[in-house]
Design a protein around this ligand. Structure first.
Ligand code: G
Ligand code: G
Ligand code: MN
Ligand code: NA
Length: 253
């Protein structure tokens, strides 16, 4: 039943929504926004991705769902640009199946064309799990995506396997430090040392870094002390609907 409901939501464009979470630079200005999908189910209420993304993956519905997410996010960003807000990157999460879809590059190109969004204002977030599944395919796909100007982020960095290898071989622009490290930054020396090491490597290799899951002002202070350039988390804002983004986009937060 849930599968039928999801099918209907996707193909009738009903009930799926994107929420947006700001990414804030060290000087307090917004530089990016992560799009996170939610599903307003007719009887179950608002569902979070954990309740339907795995099902979408199993059934293949993740492909049309993912295309809807990318299109909607690009459209929304274009609308923000047209309203005169300063340019921000919009980032979208990709799961394994989407990444393996042979039409991904083509779909993204046609979405960029349709929405007129400058490619460098679209960022794709992949995890190490996505990358690890098919290293060779991954490399050529990432290179193609990058050659059309799209930005690439490695999500949940630090919790997978052989993370640093990916930094060497993959054409990534942005590292997102997993929130487990930020959660512990004020609690133990180890997390702080790991974040510091990631920041140093990123600086030498010229990656941008985003610290995820910043919840407290103590965590923010520690990150600032380490010169972390970009922060994201509940301290600034939870993921919120597009019409609530105004204050952030005006940089009046
Ligand atoms: O807020 P949060 O509950 O949105 O997200 C939970 C998980 O779902 C995260 O791992 C996030 O990357 C993933 N997720 C959120 N939105 C999307 C989406 O549009 N596509 C995919 N594939 N994953 C998403
Ligand atoms: O896997 P990914 O990094 O895409 O997922 C982001 C997830 O983290 C989303 O579920 C989002 O709602 C959640 N998130 C964002 N900010 C915070 C935070 O400050 N604390 C916690 N615990 N989760 C957060
Ligand atoms: Mn993400
Ligand atoms: Na993440």
């Amino acid at each position: 039943q849930l599968e039928m409901d999801l099918h209907q939501a996707i193909y009738e464009h009903s009930g799926l929504v994107l929420h947006y979470q700001p990414q804030i630079s060290y000087d307090g200005t917004i530089i990016g926004v992560e799009a996170l999908v939610r599903w307003n189910h007719p009887t179950k209420g608002l569902l979070f991705p954990d309740a339907f993304i795995p099902l979408a993956e199993e059934t293949g519905l993740i492909i049309p769902l993912g295309d809807w997410v990318i299109l909607t996010a690009c459209r929304q960003n274009m609308q923000w640009q047209k309203s005169g807000y300063p340019p921000v990157r919009i980032s979208v999460n990709l799961s394994v199946k989407q990444f393996q879809n042979p039409h991904l590059l083509q779909n993204i190109q046609s979405i960029l064309q349709k929405t007129d969004l400058p490619p460098h204002l679209l960022e794709l977030e992949i995890t190490e799990t996505v990358a690890i599944r098919n290293a060779e395919l991954t490399l050529s796909l990432l290179n193609s995506l990058r050659s059309i100007g799209v930005r690439l982020a490695l999500d949940d960095f630090g919790v997978g396997y052989s993370s640093f290898m990916y930094l060497k071989s993959f054409p990534i622009d942005i590292l997102k430090i997993d929130k487990s490290f930020i959660r512990d930054i004020t609690l133990n020396q180890e997390s702080q040392a790991i974040i510091q090491a990631i920041l140093q490597v990123a600086k030498s290799l010229r990656f941008k870094v985003v610290a995820e899951g910043v919840e407290t002002s103590e965590q923010l202070a520690s990150l600032k002390k380490l010169d972390c350039p970009i922060m994201q988390g509940y301290l600034f804002s939870r993921p919120i609907p597009a019409d609530k983004m105004d204050t952030f986009l005006k940089n009046e937060n």
